[in-house]
Design a protein. Sequence first.
Length: 209
Amino acid sequence: MEDENISNEIILNYEIHQLTPVPSPATPHSSVSQPSPNPTEPVSVCKCLLSPEPEPEPIISERKKIMFSAVARTEGYLRDRRIPELIRFLLCKVLARDPDSNVSTFLSQLLDDCMLYRAGHGNAPVLFEDRHLKAIINSFDPGQRGWLTVGQVRRAFQTLGLTPDDDLLYDRTPTDIVLQSLKEKQELELFNLLTAGMKPWHADEVSEP
């Protein structure tokens, strides 16, 4: 009887031992709870992922604003009246003048001629004279055929810094027509340069004395 009780006790202890969980030796610290991250703590982020902060707008003083406004008005005045182009034209005329002539006298006479031509009097003081235009045309027609192709007409105008009209671009354009067109185009460009920025004149604006 005593042996039976001992056997039952051994069996009971064995079953209890089987039901009791044993920590795995591979994870000896698995039963230790890890502290959970605090959601309110700031998380460091690379600055390359952040949008750049807006730079503060520069403060411009009233004096600088006045200066910038004056510079803008001056640049607009010079651009509208094509003053740099006019100075370039005058310099080209001075360089092409007779070397024996006085520069100041030549410029004074040139400005008078420009104002007279702008008013509708006198001849246009163009940069290229008829002899220059004829020399350019002859360079494109060395065989004296008496006509130019479309490409030759276009290059002749581009040599003088001009743009030919569309009605002139046809095959075998007579050289005399090209010469006349070059003269008219050059005079028109000079007139537009001298009248740049001017208010159109109307006869009804003239006040009676």
